[in-house]
Each structure stands twice: as structure tokens, then as C-alpha cells.
Design a protein around this ligand. Structure first.
Ligand code: GTP
Ligand code: MG
Length: 297
């Protein structure tokens, strides 16, 4: 299955919830107040969020006015383009060696995303090592070893309770010794209000920057799409403590709240870089704004 078919399947629940309402809004006879009310309702139901919904509607009104648009179907194309523009971030190409660190609250899908990323980079012909820096529970490293085996990637682990930064140090030493292209760092789930845990993440970042200063270092926050607007607040708070390059949005397949992608873009001003659309190893896809919006309508 290509990326487009995967995103179509992945946002089916969102589309099902949205399409009737969108169809209803755009089958209006005129672009009047009722049309805008229906459109607003459709976007809010899909969890686009209040701020992004209001912004989109106001931009749509401006475009409709300045381009003298009268037909709802033309307005639909304008709305699609506005959404694409909002979601379309310029993401710099990866350079190697590359280090990717995933952080986020408990259970959002960090470890699964690490497994999927390992597979993706292997598929691209890159060598990969995983740092099991969730030393909070031994089961986390076991879970990663299963993913590592599936992807054909080695996993560096320490005992439960060890310093996560020491695991990262070892993974980087191993990557340097073997000229490995990609180091993937899994971390323990944490709440952003736990200062010591946020300090631990910062320490991991310092180890990466010190030990592999030439690396392209990307820090992604992992968010669970099924939590809707909650995901938006998590992203805001996490990105205050950790300089963030993008979002990995998981479990898009399990929710009708896929519009949260637009809320993240608007309110957090970070690109959604990857989306998770299932539990299998190839169910992580690079986010493409045009594909996403086309799949949504
Ligand atoms: N349907 C679906 N399930 C997913 C996706 N990503 C992760 N999951 C599931 O979400 C659950 C939690 O995933 P983990 O990867 O263990 O989450 P985590 O963030 O590492 O959790 P902690 O380490 O406990 O903080 C697992 O059952 C995964 O199979 C996705 O894109 N779609
Ligand atoms: Mg985990």
C-alpha cells in the first residue's frame, strides 16, 4: 500500500465523522451565515479545535470576498488549499549521522514509533541502533528488543533503574565505533509537570550534543491523536522544556479526532512529521499535507 492509500485508511474514522457534515455545509445554496455555521460545526466535531477553526473560517471569508467566489464547491477548494498551506512545513532533509529522540507522556506510542522508525530507516538502506533509554521498567527494553529483532536492528540496553543518559552514551559510542547512520532514542513516558523527569530528558540531549556534535539531532514529541485537544496542550508544555523539531502523531486510525493535526499546526506551530496509522511495523508514514487534506475531503 502506498502512503496515500495508507493515510486514506488511517483517517477513515475522522473522514466518516466529518464527511456528512462537510457535504451538508458545502451543499448550501449560498455562502451565507448558515453555511459558515455548518462548516464551523463540522471542523469542531473533527477536533480541529476552536482557534484553528476560527482562523480557517476567517481566512476563508477573506478569500471568498476578495476573489468574489459565489459557489460553495469553489469555496471547498479554497478551504482545502488553506488547510494545506497551514500544514505544509518546510522540513529539512535528514543528514547523517542522525539522532532521533522521542519523548511524550505515558502510553502515547513512543516505543512502537521507535520500532517503526527503525524499520523505515533499514528499508532506506541505513544502519540503525536503538538506545533503550526507558530504564524505568525492564519490560520497556524487552518490548524494544522485540521491535529490534523485527526490524533487524541492534538495541543497547542497561538494567532497570540505570541512568538513561548512560544508555544513550553507550548507544552513541557503539554508533561511532560502527559508523552507524541512525541512533533512535526511546524514553520513558513522563508527565511534563515532573521537573526531575524533564531534567533527565535535557541531560540525554546534552549527552547527544557532546558525544556526537556533528549529528543531525531531531527531537520529536509523540502525541496520541485519540486524546484530541489534550494532545495539543501536551505539545505546548513539552516544547517549552525541550527544543522540538516536530510531532509524531500516533493512533490516527483509532479516532475521529484527526482534525487535531490542524490544531497542532496552528496552536503549537510545529510540523506533524510522522503519523501512526496502526500497530504494524510499516504503519508509520511521513506526513504529507496535500495527501492528508485530499484524504480528508
Ligand atoms: N492503533 C494504533 N495503535 C498504536 C499506534 N501506535 C501505538 N499504538 C499502540 O499503543 C499502545 C502503547 O504503545 P507504546 O509504544 O508502548 O507506548 P509508549 O509511549 O512507549 O508507552 P510508555 O513507554 O508506557 O510511556 C500499544 O498497544 C501500541 O500497539 C498507532 O499508530 N495505531
Ligand atoms: Mg515505551
Amino acid at each position: 500500500m502506498g502512503f496515500f492509500q495508507k493515510i486514506v485508511a488511517g483517517i477513515k474514522k475522522t473522514k466518516d465523522a466529518l464527511s456528512k457534515k462537510l457535504f451538508f455545509a458545502f451543499s448550501a445554496r449560498a455562502l451565507d451565515d448558515e453555511f459558515y455555521d455548518n462548516l464551523e460545526e463540522a471542523l469542531l466535531v473533527a477536533d480541529v479545535g476552536y482557534e484553528a477553526t476560527e482562523a480557517l473560517i476567517s481566512e476563508l471569508k477573506d478569500e471568498i470576498f476578495s476573489r468574489k467566489i459565489k459557489k460553495p464547491e469553489e469555496a471547498r477548494d479554497v478551504l482545502k488549499q488553506l488547510m494545506i498551506d497551514d500544514l505544509d512545513y518546510e522540513i529539512p532533509e535528514f543528514e547523517y549521522p542522525l539522532v532521533i529522540l522521542l519523548s511524550g507522556v505515558n502510553g502515547v506510542g513512543k516505543t512502537t514509533a521507535i520500532g517503526k522508525l527503525a524499520h523505515m530507516f533499514k528499508d532506506m538502506g541505513k544502519s540503525v541502533v536503538i538506545a533503550a533509554a526507558d530504564t524505568f521498567r525492564a519490560a520497556a527494553s524487552d518490548q524494544l528488543e522485540v521491535w529490534g529483532e523485527r526490524a533487524g536492528v541492534r538495541v543497547i540496553r542497561h538494567n532497570e533503574g540505570a541512568d538513561p543518559a548512560a544508555v544513550v552514551f553507550d548507544a552513541i559510542s557503539s554508533a561511532k565505533a560502527k559508523n552507524t547512520d541512525v541512533v533512535l532514542v526511546d524514553t520513558a513516558g513522563r508527565l511534563h509537570n515532573k521537573k526531575n523527569l524533564m531534567a533527565e530528558l535535557q541531560k540525554i540531549c546534552r549527552v547527544v550534543e557532546r558525544e556526537l556534535p556533528q549529528a543531525d539531532f531531531r527531537k520529536y514529541i509523540v502525541l496520541d491523536a485519540t486524546t484530541g485537544q489534550n494532545a495539543v496542550s501536551q505539545a505546548k508544555i513539552f516544547s517549552e522544556d525541550i527544543e522540538t523539531d516536530g510531532i509524531v502523531l500516533t493512533k490516527l486510525d483509532g479516532t475521529a479526532k484527526g482534525g487535531v493535526v490542524l490544531a497542532i499546526s496552528k496552536e503549537v506551530e510545529l510540523p506533524v512529521t510522522y503519523v501512526g496509522v496502526g500497530e504494524k511495523i510499516d504503519d508509520l508514514i511521513p506526513f504529507d499535507a496535500t495527501d492528508f487534506v485530499n484524504a480528508l475531503f
